[in-house]
Design a protein around this ligand. Structure first.
Ligand code: ADP
Ligand code: MG
Length: 262
C-alpha cells in the first residue's frame, strides 16, 4: 500500500564535536503509518527525533513536514504544526498532578485551532478534557491516579502521560522515543493497543524502539540505523530475515528472541 508522504528526512547529518551521530540519513514516513526506527545503542535514533522536532540543530540536510521545510525551526513552532514527541528520559511537570500536565497543550494555539480533543469543537473545561485523555490512555478515571503528583507516578504511568501530553496537542505526527523501555512485559502488552488506537485515529506514529518483538507487532515498516546511517528499511519480516541486521544486533540479548519470533 503506498501512502502519501507526511514527513521527509533528507540527507540529514549531525555531528557533535568529532562524533558523526547521523550521516546523510534519508527516509520518508507515510501519512497514517506506524514507522519503527531501530538500531543498536548510540546508532543515532534519539538524534533523529531531536533533529526532526527541532531540539537539536542539524549540521546539514533538511526535514519536510507536508512539503513544508521545517529544518531549523524551533520545537514550539514544529509542535504547533502538529509534529510532537515523547522523551526517552521523561519530562513531566513533576510538581503538578497528572491531569494538570495536559493543561498547557490543551490551551495551546494548536489545540484551539483544531477544535479541542477529538476535534469535537468542545474546548470545554480543560481539566475534564485532561482527565478524558488520561482515561483513554489508561489512567483509571474513578481512581486517585489522575490526581496524583506526577513525581509520585511509577514509570508505566509516566510513559502514558508522555503520550497523553502529545495527544492533547491534536497532533498529526507523534515521535515516540522508547515508550516501552523500563516497562514490564504486561505493561508493554497494554501499551500496544494504545499505539494501535492512535494510528486508527489517523495519527502518524514514528516509534524508536529497543523492544523489537512488540514493535514488530505494531509497525508497518522499519528503518534500521547503524552508526548514524540507514542500514536498510523494509517490512518487519524483511528486517527480521536480513543478515546485516542480525550482524548489527549480534550479541544483544534481543536478537535471538526476536529472530525466533519470526
Ligand atoms: P541512540 O538513541 O540510538 O542510542 P543517540 O542519538 O542518543 O543514539 O546518540 C548517537 C551518538 O551521538 C552517540 O555517539 C552519542 O554519544 C552522540 N550524542 C548524542 N547526543 C549528544 C550530545 N548532546 N552531545 C554529544 N554527543 C551526543
Ligand atoms: Mg536513544
Amino acid at each position: 500500500m503506498s501512502r502519501e508522504t507526511i514527513l521527509r528526512v533528507q540527507n540529514v547529518t549531525k555531528t557533535f564535536g568529532g562524533i558523526l551521530a547521523l550521516n546523510r540519513l534519508s527516509f520518508e514516513v507515510g501519512r497514517g503509518e506506524v514507522l519503527g526506527i531501530i538500531g543498536p545503542n548510540g546508532s543515532g535514533k534519539t538524534t533523529v527525533v531531536n533533529c526532526i522536532t527541532g531540539f537539536v540543530r542539524m549540521t546539514s540536510g533538511k526535514v519536510f513536514f507536508e512539503d513544508q521545510d521545517i529544518s531549523g525551526k524551533p520545537p514550539h513552532k514544529i509542535a504547533d504544526m502538529g509534529v510532537t514527541r515523547t522523551f526517552q528520559v521523561m519530562r513531566p511537570y513533576y510538581s503538578l498532578p497528572a491531569y494538570k500536565n495536559l493543561v498547557i497543550p490543551l490551551f495551546s494555539p494548536r489545540a484551539r485551532r483544531t477544535g479541542g480533543w477529538r476535534g469535537g469543537g468542545k474546548l470545554g473545561d480543560r481539566n475534564t478534557v485532561g482527565i478524558d485523555i488520561l482515561e483513554e490512555i489508561g489512567f483509571e478515571r474513578d481512581s486517585f491516579v489522575p490526581y496524583k503528583m506526577a513525581s509520585t507516578l511509577p514509570t508505566g504511568y509516566l510513559k502514558r502521560l508522555e503520550l497523553a501530553r502529545c495527544l492533547a496537542l491534536q497532533p498529526e505526527v507523534i515521535l515516540c522515543d522508547e515508550v516501552f523501555s523500563g516497562l514490564s512485559m504486561s505493561e508493554i502488552a497494554s501499551m500496544v493497543p494504545l499505539i494501535e488506537r492512535i494510528q486508527m485515529d489517523g495519527i502518524t506514529v514514528v516509534m524508536i524502539e529497543h523492544r523489537l518483538r512488540e514493535l514488530f507487532r505494531v509497525a508497518n515498516r522499519i528503518v534500521v540505523l547503524n552508526f548514524g546511517e540507514k542500514l536498510m528499511e523494509g517490512t518487519p519480516e524483511e528486517v527480521m530475515s536480513d543478515e546485516r541486521v542480525r550482524e548489527a544486533y549480534f550479541g544483544s540479548e534481543e536478537v535471538e528472541e526476536v529472530m525466533t519470533y519470526a
